[in-house]
Design a protein around this ligand. Sequence first.
Ligand code: 5MM
Length: 334
Amino acid sequence: MLTNSSPLAQTARVLVAPGKGILAADESFPTIGKRFAALEIASTEANRRAYRELLFSTPSLGDSISGAILFDETLRQKSTAGPSFVELLLSQGILPGIKVDLGTTELANFPGETITQGLDGLRERLREYSGLGARFTKWRAVLKIKDGLPTATCIEANAHALAMCAALSQEAGLVPIVEPEVLMDGDHAIDRTAEVMTATLEMVFKTLGRHRVRLDEMLLKPAMVLPGAACPQPVSDEEIATRTLQCLRQNVPAAVAGIVFLSGGQTPAHATQRLAAINRLGHAPWPLTFSFGRALQDPALKAWHGDLANVPAAQAALLDRARQNRAALPPSAP
Ligand code: 5MM
């Protein structure tokens, strides 16, 4: 068997090691603000730090989590006992990663569509993130399904930004996670999602190729192929799994180091069940695991509710979700 021993390929393989997935804890200020506000928790620096400390210090988290994606503020923070969050994660055997995009803005001349920002100065920021201990990056593009959307221009512009970020990340010695998220908002049928996901992945991989991104040194973070959240036709987990794997097999080169799904607003239980259904199908050329944000964190955030006394309950809730997702992966060798 041929093995690629480049350091980035090794890091990518560590992130998708058997029985493990990624904790996405990279909510930007607006997003964490929204999640906290729903529970009437003030989004202060102290509360955000306390919450992330709770997550990263969960005992045994490293048994099922290989990496954690952080936001800029979090990468610079320290735990109460003194070590930085980077050190805390490493002590659990979890690799620290960093969200490097700066969020979305309206795409000029394309009402209702967005482009992800953050390429200006990215080379310098990556150098700094690497110095702070980050081992991988994540850039998220957002594609909305609506009448006539997404347009080919929106897909192309976002694919270009994803590829530029991936190339710069590899140049900086960081493994890029390429995240073209097709949102589940809307009442469209699953066929329409499959169509949009196909067009998106085709363009993303064409553009990654043009930018000479090394596929064995990157991970893809897609949504699952789901019907719109408001679609009236129910679709079974098995159908979702089949359509997802079919779409990925047709559009993702086998050389990609791994596929790490986002949860995208599915309930934690649905995200896990569908991940399990995808893995039950087998015969995929890449490891298929999770890089969930809400589907890992929501029960823990609710249990914590901003109260120090609830930390053990919140950590138990996070560990439970992490273990459930581990159980949704193919069994790892003893
Ligand atoms: C799609 O969002 C990513 C995965 O999270 P879910 O599993 O909850 O869908 C997530 O990594 C996202 O990119 C971060 O939460 C950052 O989002 P914002 O909106 O703060 O850029």
